[in-house]
Write a protein that binds this ligand. Structure first.
Ligand code: ZN
Length: 248
C-alpha cells in the first residue's frame, strides 16, 4: 500500500491518535474541512497533540499544499464512526474564511480534486460517486463538517477527479457556458451574437434541430451555427470523443 506522491510534506500524527493497520479494505474517501484557515503543516500539528484522539490521512492547506499525517495503510480517526474510519481515506481541507458557508480557496479545491483522483486510482476505487465512495463527515455524525461550500462541490469534485482518471460518462458541464477542458456543453443561444456557439475549433460539435434530430454527423469543428429552435452539442477532449462514439 502506498501514499500519494502529491503530498509534499509529512507531519506524522502522534501514535495515540490513530490505529496501526487496517481491518477492512479501503472503499471510500471521506471529506472534511478544518473549520479554520490553516496551512497543511498547522493542520497536521493538531494531530501531533497528545490526547487529541483524532487524525486524518491527509490535509490540504489554504495555499493548496498537500501533507500526509497518517499512512494509508493505517486507520485515521476522522469520521466519528469506527466502520467508516476503517474503510476510509480521510482528507482535511483548510477553509479560506471562517463561518458562513465555510468557503475553500481555488488552490485548495484543485489540490483536493487531484488528491481524490490519485487516491481513487491507486486504491482501485473506480469511478467516484457522491455518497458512495466519495463521502463526507456529516454522513456519519451530527456535524456541519465539511461545511456548505464543500458539500455543494462534491459532484463537481467527483466529476473532475473522474476526468483525471479517464472516466467520462456524458455528464453536461452546463448550458451556454464557456467550454473547458474535457467539457460537454449544450448551446441554445451560444456565446456569440450571431447565433453561433462561439467555441474554438478544438471540439466535436453536432447541430440538433427543434425536433431533436441531429442535422449532420458530429465532426471536428467550432463556432457551429445553432439551428432555429434547436441546439448544438459541443465537446472538448474526452467529451468530444464521447460525442463521436455516442451521437449518430
Ligand atoms: Zn470532519
Amino acid at each position: 500500500m502506498s501514499n500519494s506522491n502529491l503530498a509534499t510534506m509529512k507531519v506524522p500524527a502522534y501514535f495515540g491518535n490513530y490505529t496501526k493497520g487496517r481491518t477492512t479494505e479501503i472503499t471510500e474517501i471521506t471529506l472534511h474541512h478544518v473549520a479554520a484557515v490553516v496551512s497543511a503543516q498547522r493542520c497536521g500539528e493538531e494531530f501531533q497533540r497528545v490526547g487529541r484522539e483524532g487524525s486524518s490521512h491527509y490535509g490540504i492547506g489554504n495555499d493548496g499544499t498537500i501533507a500526509l499525517y497518517v499512512d494509508e495503510c493505517d486507520t485515521a480517526w476522522a469520521n466519528s464512526n469506527w466502520e467508516a474510519n476503517c474503510r476510509s481515506i480521510s482528507i482535511e481541507t483548510s477553509n479560506s474564511a471562517t463561518g458562513g458557508d465555510w468557503p475553500v480557496s481555488g488552490a485548495a479545491l484543485n489540490s483536493l480534486i487531484r488528491l481524490c483522483a490519485d487516491i481513487a486510482k491507486r486504491n482501485n476505487l473506480g469511478k467516484l460517486v457522491k455518497g458512495k465512495n466519495l463521502c463526507w463527515h456529516s454522513m456519519y455524525a451530527a456535524t456541519t463538517c465539511p461545511g456548505n461550500y464543500l458539500r455543494s462541490k462534491i459532484d463537481y469534485i467527483a466529476r473532475e477527479a473522474n476526468k483525471l482518471n479517464g472516466y467520462y460518462d456524458g455528464t453536461l458541464a452546463g448550458n451556454d457556458i464557456p467550454r473547458g477542458t474535457d467539457d460537454l456543453v449544450l448551446y441554445f443561444k451560444g456565446l456569440s451574437r450571431n447565433g453561433r456557439t462561439g467555441t474554438n475549433q478544438w471540439g466535436y460539435e453536432v447541430a440538433i434541430d427543434k425536433n431533436g434530430v441531429a442535422l449532420e454527423d458530429p465532426h471536428y469543428s467550432g463556432n457551429t451555427k445553432i439551428p432555429a429552435g434547436g441546439k448544438v452539442l459541443s465537446g472538448h477532449g474526452k467529451a468530444g470523443a464521447w460525442i463521436k462514439a455516442n451521437i449518430k
